[in-house]
Design a protein around this ligand. Structure first.
Ligand code: ME8
Length: 638
């Protein structure tokens, strides 16, 4: 049994339901998996979920449930969605699976024995959202992006991975493997990062419980990224004892490239295992050119789009995204693309062509005996179609592959208009020319159907059957399908491939289905500046930096949140009217500015000792004022 083409997606965190970003990655991987199968290769395709770590622990705590219960719930969301979408992965791995725990503990121990893992004390800044310690430079970057609230100070005894030792081996490896990271510009970012110097990496935590225990030192759990990356090792093994190691292609979003192109290969070098052949980093789907995020309320969920069918969504993703780059998502563009390419384009061409074969030739496949110049030109383009598609898909450029196919299909509309088959049919003297035109249309649709099997599996099969072709289109070898092979039988009645979308109607429906608690535009609905006060009056107000340690909603109030705030010298209970703008979970570990000497007052029966400063106007939500990350609780604000 030859080693299968081993393909992986990232494993997704279980702190939230899937959104179109996760769907995109998985669709891209699924299309690549199907494409390789159609090239005659055995494939092992792995996806799954990343279930340990602080992010998941916190999300579960915010819901008042155990992390594993949250994981089970979110996993069901993923597995249901993948089943509905017909994803063809061979295993859905969960980092809570017993065989994975065994992999992680076994390798941790081996690397400890070999000296690539050692124990020491770490003191520094930690980013909760990235689940990673950050360097001073990275901290400054986060501050500049207004993300300083994600950083916390941490000092702990930890196990380190000797990453610094692999700086040179990694650079040597990059130099000798020019296709390791795709696209090129991302590879350059990775190289620059490693050239900047690598520090040893902390790979255990004592501050959280939700993780795989370090073998022999159970107050530590294994750092979530060490745990998560090793899923690719666990998942390489199949149920029959086969091992697909090493990965041929690992698909990741640009956000997690560093973990995959630096840490991961360094781990593998330490383990003495073969490195992946290629890592493909794709860009992001944005909304209004902004990152999708829960707090911005601009997340597009797959269900909103799946009402147009799985194939339509797959097509849009693969056609409109140039792998590697970011792309702004817009409902209008989505509908326009589907109407133009699927309803008017392929759908229309297929039904027109098949109907003509039925009407003029009783459904039988006509042979192309004679070709004039225009027929020969289209026929030659058609012959080149599949090899071009295969070359582009091999390079994972589905958007170019599909673009090329559609340029040809659109060209056929012109060919039909020029040839006027309805006129040819009226005169028996033109029978040979009519045969040729119909044969070319038939061949083009057959090739399109085979090529599209990886992109739109159901629609491709439907088209295949309409052409009177037997079996599964997915079983057609793309490297063996002959352009001018004879047809085995008559065409069948064409079924409409894709119904045109009523744009006006659906646009408003789509936008409201996805209705975001839209971030209110800065309308500047503010009163005049107030009367002058002297400095003494102002300085009576004692403003301090605080850090929110706990946050929960006040029962029966949609506005009030009760918080415990660290003021350096003491901890306070403060009740704030933030509930419509923030989830309690988003407030945790945030640095804030507190009016520290405000007389206590009771809000819904709870005594509040202070107030948090926020900026807003009459129409907007309150935006909490965030001091920089290195301002400690207790610092005076003046
Ligand atoms: O990072 N556009 O999990 P995650 C395109 N558990 N793709 C997007 C996207 C967007 N807007 N948003 C997310 C993790 N993605 C870790 C991975 S792997 C060992 C551990 C995709 O749930 C993209 O592929 O945050 C990104 O890498 C992945 O979802 C992150 O998923």
């Amino acid at each position: 049994m030859p080693k299968p083409f081993y393909l992986t997606t990232p494993i997704y965190y279980v702190n939230d339901r899937p959104h179109i970003g996760h769907v995109y990655t998985t669709v891209l991987a699924d299309a690549i998996a199907r494409f390789h199968r159609q090239m005659g290769e055995p494939v092992r395709f792995l996806t799954g979920t990343d279930e340990h770590g602080q992010k998941v622990e916190k999300a579960a705590a915010a819901r008042g449930i155990a992390p594993k219960a949250l994981a089970d719930e979110v996993v069901a969301n993923y597995t249901d969605l993948w089943a509905r979408m017909g994803m063809t992965h061979d295993r859905f791995i969960r980092t809570t699976d017993a065989d994975h725990r065994e992999t992680v503990q076994r390798w941790f121990k081996k690397l400890l024995d070999s000296g690539d893992i050692y124990k020491a004390t770490y003191k520094g800044l930690y980013s909760v959202s990235d689940e990673a310690f950050v360097t001073e430079t990275q901290a400054k970057e986060l501050q500049a992006q207004g993300l300083a609230h994600q950083l916390i100070e941490l000092e702990e005894e930890t196990y380190f991975f000797r990453l610094s030792k692999y700086e040179k081996p990694l650079l040597d490896f990059y130099a000798t493997h020019p296709d390791f990271v795709q696209p090129d510009f991302r590879f350059n970012e990775v190289k620059r990062f490693v050239e900047g110097g690598l520090q040893d990496l902390s790979i255990s935590r004592t501050t959280i419980n939700w993780g795989i225990p370090v073998p022999g030192d159970e107050k530590h759990v294994v750092y979530v990224w060490f745990d998560a990356l090793l899923n690719y090792l666990t998942g390489a093994k199949d149920e029959k004892g086969g091992d697909a190691w090493s990965p041929d292609l690992q698909i990741v979003g640009k956000d997690i490239l560093r973990f995959h192109a630096v840490y991961w290969p360094a781990f593998l070098m330490a383990m003495g295992l073969e490195l992946p052949k290629a890592i493909l980093a794709h860009g992001w789907w944005l909304m209004g050119n902004d990152k999708m995020s829960k707090s911005k309320g601009n997340i597009v969920r797959p269900d909103t789009l799946l009402k147009y069918g799985n194939d339509a969504l797959r097509y849009y993703f693969l056609r409109d995204m140039q792998v590697g780059h970011d792309r702004d998502f817009a409902f209008e563009g989505f509908i326009d693309r589907l109407n133009a390419d699927l309803a008017n384009g392929l759908g229309n061409l297929a039904s027109r062509s098949i109907s003509m074969i039925q009407r003029y030739r009783n459904g039988a496949f006509p042979g192309a005996s004679k070709m004039d110049e225009s027929d020969a030109a289209v026929d030659a383009q058609g012959r080149a179609l599949l090899p071009a598609f295969v070359a582009q898909a091999n390079a994972h450029n589905f958007n170019a592959a599909l673009d090329g196919l559609w340029v040809f299909l659109r060209g056929l509309d012109g060919y039909i208009v020029q040839a006027e088959p309805w006129k040819l049919a009226k005169d028996e003297a033109n029978a040979a020319k009519l045969d040729t035109v119909l044969a070319i249309l038939y061949r083009a649709l057959r090739v399109a159907s085979a090529a599209l099997a990886s992109v739109m599996p159901d629609m491709a099969q439907q088209l295949w059957e309409s052409l009177g072709l037997p079996g599964k289109v997915a079983d057609q070898r793309l490297d063996q399908l002959a352009w001018d092979a004879p047809a085995p039988g008559p065409v069948a009645d064409p079924k409409p491939l894709f119904a045109r979308i009523d744009k006006e109607k659906d646009m408003s429906e789509l936008e409201s289905a996805n209705a975001a608690p839209a971030p209110s535009a800065p309308s500047l609905d503010v009163p005049e500046i107030r009367e002058t006060v002297d400095a003494d009056t102002f300085f009576k107000v004692d403003l301090r930096v605080g850090k929110i340690l706990e946050a929960e909603r006040v029962p029966k109030s949609d506005k009030l949140i009760k918080m415990k705030v660290d003021l350096g010298l003491e901890q306070r209970t403060i009740v704030g009217g933030l509930g419509k703008a923030y989830e309690p979970d988003e407030l945790l570990q945030r640095s804030v500015v507190v009016v520290a000497n405000l007389a206590p007052r009771k809000l819904m029966g709870i005594e509040s000792h202070g107030m948090l400063l926020a900026a807003s106007d009459a129409g907007s939500k309150p935006y909490l004022i965030a001091p920089p990350a290195d301002a400690l609780p207790g610092f005076i604000v003046k």
